[in-house]
Write a protein that binds this ligand. Structure first.
Ligand code: NAD
Length: 535
């Protein structure tokens, strides 16, 4: 691996050894202070905790759902072996992967792990050998699934977990012909699998409870929300609810009470929004609220508003009517534009919910926390602190097409926050002792960052006296290890009760002093103390 070369000079680090699956990475750092030197400013080893929970999965079926699974696994750093006999299946999967990359770039700014490898397997046996998990997503036909799952169970290692994406077939029926059926369960996702977090887990008569537990942990690690279905039941939970509404929607169109557009509008402008926040049972007011709600609305359930299990006859005439009304909206099946627009809306919803730490947004936040922790240890004991890498989202660009200074400031401010947490400043310390307030910031622009670029802040503590904390940050672009911005900051510690400057206290003080002492051995960045230059 070649070492980085600097034009402008900055601190940087390069991985010289180790592997993507964890263990020890050997790092060598170069600084602004030692441009062009043959010797690095420091070398060291960093233990990188990584997602050892899952390395390779075998996918059977690469259609709408199999392709979505492939994207979720690959983007979470898991290798995928895909078997699908249809010619062109891999192209469809690649398209989903491209869509997912685009969506994740918008969804999170945290750098994802190195992508897993996507390879084509020519047989079921080839797809499932040596993998930790098999995910079957073949067409919804009992005989086909039974035969595929039996073949997979014979070829896979005995400890391999085997899951089916079936929308509603009972796991007890699916596992009848399998070897070691105790490691089989249904893991039912939602389309697009790489965006929607729910995965319903349902075991059959012969499924071991440990298989459900193992599966829940795996799917949680992929940023999903596993929901264990307590009792084996056709359609599980979500599809039973979805079907009830879908039947009513069909009747409304069938009986000419509404068009397909009007039904869709009725939902998306009203309770469609509500359902992302609360299900039918999340009602304000706890038990009392629930009683009042049921007294008020319960009796209406006996009125003949809905048709329950009746389904309109799917005659040609009815299908033509549905198709004609759908055509009138000008939508094309599988259109890339529609898919991307759908994904952008999901991203916006998930980000909104994440900002509230709520529902599916909480799942995204947990996934991000996992990404941060799994890939990162900020202090290697000898160099500057290395902040978790961030990927530049497309909505961070200014009219020139690159990331603007407000985002650089945001990244540096977050780096200072991470440094504070690292030395032990938590909410308890803040309320009891105080916090650092920034009193001065200098920002240096050195290069450009574009959407999708990965970058990392390296932070050096220049001084930590009594009340003052002096830090220097360098933002480097990962691709070429070049600095794109630097910032020098002075912070003052402010007492929680007097709101006046006051010395740092206790263990935080000790950790800061220890860090400052170590960082004092690093060369001092050239730009420290610089003011605006008159060229
Ligand atoms: P799909 O038709 O898009 O994909 C099925 C894929 O399986 C096709 O690419 C097909 O070539 C492949 N296939 C056929 N025979 C195969 C075999 N012997 N071995 C391997 N692959 C084979 O269907 P889908 O929508 O992706 O559904 C797949 C499964 O996921 C079904 O069980 C379905 O009920 C379930 N599911 C679907 C949705 C959804 O919204 N579409 C949601 C959740 C679960």
């Amino acid at each position: 691996m070649s070492l980085p070369v600097f034009e402008q000079g900055c601190f940087s680090a390069t991985v010289l050894g180790g592997n993507d699956l964890g263990g020890v990475h050997h790092l060598r750092g170069y600084g602004e202070w030692d441009c062009g030197r043959a010797e690095p400013a420091w070398t060291g080893e960093v233990k990188v905790m990584s997602k050892r929970w899952l390395r390779t999965v075998g996918l059977l079926g690469g259609g709408v759902i199999g392709g979505g699974w492939a994207a979720r696994f690959v983007l979470n750093g898991v290798d995928v072996r895909l078997h699908d006999p249809a010619p062109g299946a891999i192209e469809g999967v690649q398209q989903q992967l491209a869509n997912a990359r685009r969506a994740y770039r918008r969804l999170t700014r945290l750098a994802l792990p190195p992508e897993g490898r996507l390879s084509v397997a020519t047989s079921v046996a080839d797809a499932v050998q040596g993998v930790e998990l098999v995910q079957e997503s073949a067409p919804e036909r009992l005989d086909l699934k039974q035969q595929l799952l039996a073949a997979a169970s014979r070829a896979a290692a005995p400890e391999t977990l085997i899951c089916s994406s079936t929308s509603g077939l009972r796991p007890s029926l699916l596992q009848v012909e399998m070897d070691r059926p105790e490691r089989f369960l249904v893991a039912h996702p939602f389309n697009p699998v790489y965006m929607l977090p729910l995965v319903e887990l349902c075991g059959g008569e012969r499924t071991a409870p440990e298989a459900l537990e193992r599966a829940a942990e795996i799917y949680r690690g992929l940023g999903m929300h596993p929901l264990v279905v307590r009792k084996e039941v056709d359609g599980f939970i979500a599809n039973r609810l979805q079907e009830a509404m879908w039947r009513e929607a069909l009747w409304l169109v069938h009986d000419n009470l509404a068009t397909v557009q009007e039904v869709d509008d009725a939902i998306r402008y009203s309770f469609g929004l509500r359902r992302a926040i609360m299900g039918p049972f999340r009602i304000a007011g706890g038990g009392d609220g629930m009683r009042r709600f049921m007294q008020q609305w319960g009796p209406m359930l006996k009125w003949p508003w809905s048709k329950l299990t009746e389904v309109p006859e799917l005659t040609d005439a009815f299908l033509d009517k549905l198709a004609q009304q759908a055509d009138d909206r000008g939508e094309k099946l599988g259109s890339l534009e529609i898919e991307q627009n759908r994904d952008d809306c999901y991203v916006a919803l998930l980000q909104g919910l994440r900002s509230q730490g709520y529902g599916a947004g909480e799942t995204v936040a947990l996934w991000e926390q996992g990404l941060r922790e799994a890939n990162f240890q900020i202090d290697d004991g000898c160099g500057p602190l290395r902040m978790p890498p961030a990927q530049m989202p497309s909505d961070w660009l200014d009219s020139n097409g690159h990331v603007n200074e407000s985002r650089y400031l945001q990244l540096f401010s977050e780096a200072t926050g991470t440094l504070e947490r690292y030395v032990g400043i938590d909410s308890e310390y803040r309320s009891r002792c105080g916090a650092f307030y920034t009193v001065e910031t200098h920002l240096f622009h050195l290069g450009e960052l574009h959407a999708g670029d990965r970058a990392q802040v390296l932070t050096q503590v220049l001084g930590a006296q009594d009340k003052r904390l002096h830090v220097f940050h360098v933002l480097t672009r990962e691709a070429d290890q070049k600095p794109v911005a630097m910032s020098e900051q002075m912070l003052i510690h402010v007492d929680a009760s007097s709101r006046r400057s006051a010395p740092v206290r206790g263990e935080v003080r000790e950790r800061l002093l220890e860090l400052a002492e170590r960082h004092a051995k690093l060369p001092r960045p050239e730009r420290v103390g610089a003011s605006i230059r008159q060229r």
